[in-house]
Design a binder for this molecule. Structure first.
Ligand SMILES: Nc1ncnc2c1ncn2[C@@H]1O[C@H](COP(=O)(O)OP(=O)(O)OP(=O)(O)O)[C@@H](O)[C@H]1O
Ligand SMILES: [Mg+2]
Length: 572
């Protein structure tokens, strides 16, 4: 057989086979494209049945979209908007750069892509099947991009035969999205598998632990210690679990390099090394670790699926990771806060319950206060076991117990207590109103008006009192007695501006209550008097374990036990 040049189609399929090996790789490419489009949310909808050619993958984003004129180049190999030349790889701040992914997916599946940019009234829709564009038409749609992939690997039968079972594949997809979501806190992610929501994690910008809690549960989030370490131009950041929370495999160790989720055995190994001697045999920690290095210190272009990077000086990088993790671990061991739930003050009735998710994940059942159910014996005797000590800075109130030291976040706790009061008056319908001497007009933009019409009855049930006032205004006549008379207009305006109707529809009144209780205008920097501090702590102690979070998921208290102090001072 002589040497012959392969046909263009064969070349395309062979190349495609390198970029996408399995359905999970398709999901990865589509979600990475979505992220590069700078969206605020990404929705991923997966249907199984891959081996029977029944599977499908749909990824929707509200990012910048693709302009009509760029549709010509879609599904063409080596076509990208992300780099122009090799030099751009150095300063790369997108996940994609090769211009291969869509062409590869289009070569072996049927892909429908619709997209609209902000400037354009209409979007466009194209279908690429077996490497050919078969349909193209304008379409009406919101800004962003929708990609629908079907007939997965239909046009690469050899691959089709080797597809893993749905269970394996869907598991891989969930793992992948978890990995990505952990490093893109500012985006909201929703993953639906076979019609059921696998997870929904709203944006948790600035609160990485909330994202971790959304994905792994609060028990794990509570056991996490922050890693912040710097050595010259290399930084290691993230969260790692305390040694007493372990897993049977290393799948919960998620790594990113400059925010790009990667699988990096060397970094994982460095982390495990730092845990040496602390974990039982064949047990693994949970870790979410981002290694930040100058872009000229590594190459992103080394793996066909871009899931690995190569460092110029891998020993230096892993050495720094090792050190960062070791340091974080030693302080974690010193201060491993039994942060509630595991501490001596956890309430007997709710030992088994886990901490609640952030406000957005709250449901009615979660928050209904079970009045009448006593959580702790708060008689005078038990109270005397705790003593108010004072403040650290402006935020933290310190109490000493018989065997523990308690550090309480005043704001977060005040927010939780107010939230519970609001829930209670809302549910019992017993709200009282304080009438404003001078009613205040509030300007209603169309969005505000819509939001208000949606929650007005709920606000009134809380004690708000409104009156109609012309076309574009509403008159605020009274506010809930529970709320302080302070910036009441600002509070209401912020609530109307900040709430998303979809979220209210989904989460109900509780996200409105959370929004109110956490509003900045209600935050007092005033120090509590010793008597107030006593009552405050008391109120906190009667909260069941699952309410010892502020409505947005932040912790209320840290506990350091005598045992931990002993360990710290080398007495154990
Ligand atoms: N969800 C999306 N939103 C906006 N533009 C998109 C989206 N998906 C794809 N594109 C556009 O299509 C181009 C081609 O996408 P493709 O994934 O094939 O290549 P890439 O992302 O540039 O590089 P790579 O092959 O490394 O992923 C992108 O460069 C981008 O301009
Ligand atoms: Mg891409």
């Amino acid at each position: 057989m002589g040497i012959k040049r392969l046909s263009a189609e064969t070349i395309k399929k062979i190349a495609a086979g390198e970029v996408i090996e399995c359905p999970t790789d398709i999901v990865k490419e589509l979600v990475e494209n979505a992220i590069d489009a700078k969206p605020s949310r990404i929705f991923i909808d997966i249907r199984g049945g891959f081996q029977r050619l029944e599977g499908s993958i749909r990824v929707v984003d509200d990012g910048v979209g693709i302009a009509g004129e760029d549709f010509n180049n879609l599904f063409e190999r080596h076509s990208t908007s992300k780099i122009v030349g090799l030099d751009d790889l150095l300063g790369l701040n997108t996940l994609g750069f090769r211009g291969e992914a869509l062409a590869s997916i289009g070569a072996v599946c049927r892909v429908e892509l619709a997209s609209r940019i902000d400037r354009s009234e209409m979007g466009n829709r194209v279908v690429c099947d077996n490497g050919k564009k078969v349909e193209f038409e304008p379409c009406a749609m919101p800004e962003g991009t929708i990609v629908n992939v079907k007939d997965i690997f239909k046009h690469l039968p050899a691959r089709l035969k080797f597809l893993k079972t749905d269970r394996v594949e869907l598991n891989k997809i969930t793992h992948l999205i978890t990995h990505i979501a952990l490093f893109y806190n500012s985006l909201s992610f929703e993953l639906v598998i076979n019609g059921a929501r696998s997870f929904y994690s709203p944006s948790s910008e600035g609160e990485p632990l909330v994202r971790i809690a959304d994905l792994f549960g609060y028990e794990i989030a509570d056991a996490m210690t922050e890693v912040i370490h710097r050595d010259g131009d290399v930084r290691v950041e993230g969260f790692i679990s305390a040694p007493d929370i372990t897993r049977g495999n290393s799948r919960n160790m998620y790594i990113a390099v400059n925010g790009r989720p990667v699988n990096d055995r060397e970094i994982i190994y460095a982390i495990l090394n730092a845990y040496k001697g602390l974990l039982p045999d064949r047990r693994y920690p949970t870790a979410v670790v981002n290694v930040i290095v100058p872009t000229d210190m590594y190459d992103v272009n080394v793996h066909p699926r871009k899931s690995e990077v190569r460092f110029r000086d891998v020993r230096r990088v892993t050495g720094i990771v090792y050190k960062g993790i070791s340091r974080a671990l030693s302080s974690a061991i010193k201060f491993r806060s039994a942060v509630l739930g595991a501490s001596s003050i956890s309430s007997p009735s709710s030992k088994s319950s886990t901490f609640r998710k952030s406000e957005t994940a709250l449901s009615r059942e979660d928050l209904t206060l079970k009045s009448g159910e006593s959580h702790i014996d708060v008689n005078g005797d038990s109270l005397r076991e705790y003593k108010y000590v004072g403040y650290i800075g402006k935020k933290y109130v310190i109490y000493s117990g018989r065997d523990d030291l308690y550090i309480v976040d005043q704001h977060a706790t005040a927010e939780r207590l107010l939230f519970n009061q609001l829930v209670s008056v809302y549910e019992s319908g017993s709200a009282k109103t304080q009438v404003l001497l001078i009613p205040k007009p509030i300007y209603l933009s169309p969005e505000r008006e819509q939001t208000l019409s949606f929650i007005r009855a709920d606000l009134e049930r809380l004690g708000y009192d409104f009156d109609e006032f012309g076309d574009k205004f509403i008159l605020l006549r009274g506010i809930p007695s529970l709320l302080p008379r302070h910036e009441e207009v600002l509070l209401l305006e912020d609530i109307l501006d900040g709430l998303d109707i979809d979220r209210i529809k989904e989460r109900g009144i509780y996200c409105v209550l959370a929004e109110i209780s956490c509003h900045k205008s209600l935050r007092s920097d005033r120090r509590l008097s010793p008597e107030e501090a006593d009552k405050f702590f008391n109120d906190l102690l009667v909260l069941p374990d699952d309410q010892r979070r502020c409505p947005h998921g932040r912790r209320l208290m840290m506990v350091i036990s005598e045992e931990e102090m002993d360990r710290y001072f080398g007495r154990r």
